[in-house]
Design a protein around this ligand. Structure first.
Ligand code: BGC
Length: 390
């Protein structure tokens, strides 16, 4: 019976995905079709006050009782995925689900087999933050044939019709927030310029990376074309400025090459537009050892602890804050909706085409952070304690 329900669910999902793409509305249709399982949900809310005086609310329920969710994360190397995994695990457990959380050490084969094991092990839904969005086809095929719905987490899963939903932050907007920060800080509409700028983008295997870069570049492009911004290295296409696996050391060595080739004569770099914090850190390391000019504006994303400390010390200008708690809560909510056959909460049914289908998506809002507002958005919200940033 369970197999039948799952297979039926898969077929229903395919129909509802199409309806979600064409309908243009704010929600995608229910997805469990003829499931006869009844779910009873009870919730208890406990409120506790931590030392800093902020109030934390934990809601527990048994909505997930008897259901298992697989959560596949790319790596433990970057702070954010540890937070994402921990938040997902605790929120799912609080809702009564059994959780199979795995990290894949940035190794695509490892991620493939971890997901296959989740499906073989009876997971009812699989949530995947892909290392390489295009490389998980075999596992996605298996999910589809087993009738297991798949939620793409933060990064879109490409070239497959087995992706049921996508939950992420508005990735293009992350880039426009970075570009707009540069535009406003330099007052590009009024200042005489010209200003020197370099770009460092993300991993070509991550569908998000192009959105971030394009969002930032689109804001700055008119000023590059008019000559007010001068890309001294000449490297301004995504392929030229990308950073495989988002690795700090790779961003650092490219920045070192640029500094020694184009800035060793005392030329100042006024802006280094970095797509995220791990790459910004590489650029910051390179500047510390190889540059004596005026310190540039540096952008980032994630508000990682080390980068937030650098913001406080003036070594990084801003970061885009993506509250991983918000994303985890949204995905847990969508999981419950999928499994109970109610309408799944999405707010974008047109942006994220994965090469085969347009995946119904929920986009969370990214927030701008810098040394002036970090206390409010990172400490007062309980994301970090003050001690963690010392
Ligand atoms: C995420 C970013 C992160 C980057 C590197 C992207 O897919 O959206 O938040 O900085 O991967 O892990």
């Amino acid at each position: 019976m369970k197999r039948f329900t799952k297979a039926f669910l898969g077929a229903t999902l395919a129909v509802s995905m199409l309806a979600g793409c064409n309908g243009g509305g704010g929600t995608a249709p229910a997805t469990t079709g003829g499931s006869t399982e009844t779910t009873t949900t009870t919730s208890t809310t406990t409120t506790s006050t931590d030392d800093g005086g902020s109030t934390e609310t934990t809601t527990t329920s048994n909505e997930g009782a008897g259901k298992k969710v697989g959560v596949s994360m790319p790596t433990k190397d970057l702070q954010r995925w540890n937070q994402d995994g921990a938040n997902m695990e605790s929120e799912l457990k609080a809702a009564g689900y059994e959780v199979d959380l795995q990290y894949a050490a940035n190794d695509v084969q490892q991620q493939l087999s971890q997901i296959e094991n989740m499906i073989a092990g009876g997971c009812d839904v699989v949530v995947i933050a892909a290392i390489e969005g295009s490389s998980l086809g075999e596992a996605l095929d298996m999910a589809k044939s087993s009738g297991v719905p798949v939620i793409a987490y933060d990064r879109l899963l490409m070239n497959s019709d087995a992706v049921s939903y996508y939950a992420t932050f508005d990735n293009y907007k992350v880039g426009t927030v970075q570009g707009t920060y540069v535009k406003d800080t330099l007052d590009l509409d009024n200042a005489a310029g010209p200003f020197n700028i370099e770009f460092t983008a993300g991993d070509p295997g991550d569908n998000n990376a192009g959105y971030f870069f394009n969002g930032a570049y689109d804001v700055l492009k008119p000023y590059i074309e008019s000559g007010k911004l001068n890309v001294v290295s000449g490297q301004k296409s995504f392929d030229e400025v990308a950073t495989p696996t988002w690795a700090t050391d790779k961003a650092q060595s490219r920045a070192e090459n640029i500094l020694s080739s184009y800035y060793a004569d005392g030329t100042n770099v006024d802006v280094w537009l970095c797509s995220n914090d791990s790459t910004a850190l590489g650029v910051e390391n390179a500047l510390a050892a190889n540059y004596n000019g005026t310190y540039p504006i540096i952008t980032g994303q994630d508000c990682d602890i080390v980068n937030t400390k650098n913001m406080i010390e003036g070594k990084q200008s801003m970061s885009v804050f993506k509250d991983t708690r918000t994303l985890a809560s949204q995905v847990v909510k969508m999981t419950g909706q999928i499994l109970s056959g109610t309408t799944v909460d999405v707010n974008d049914t047109s942006t994220y085409n994965n090469g085969v289908i347009t995946v119904p998506s929920f986009l969370c809002e990214p927030v701008f952070a810098d040394a002036n507002n970090y206390k409010t958005i990172l400490i007062d919200s309980g994301y970090y304690t003050e001690d963690q940033l010392k």
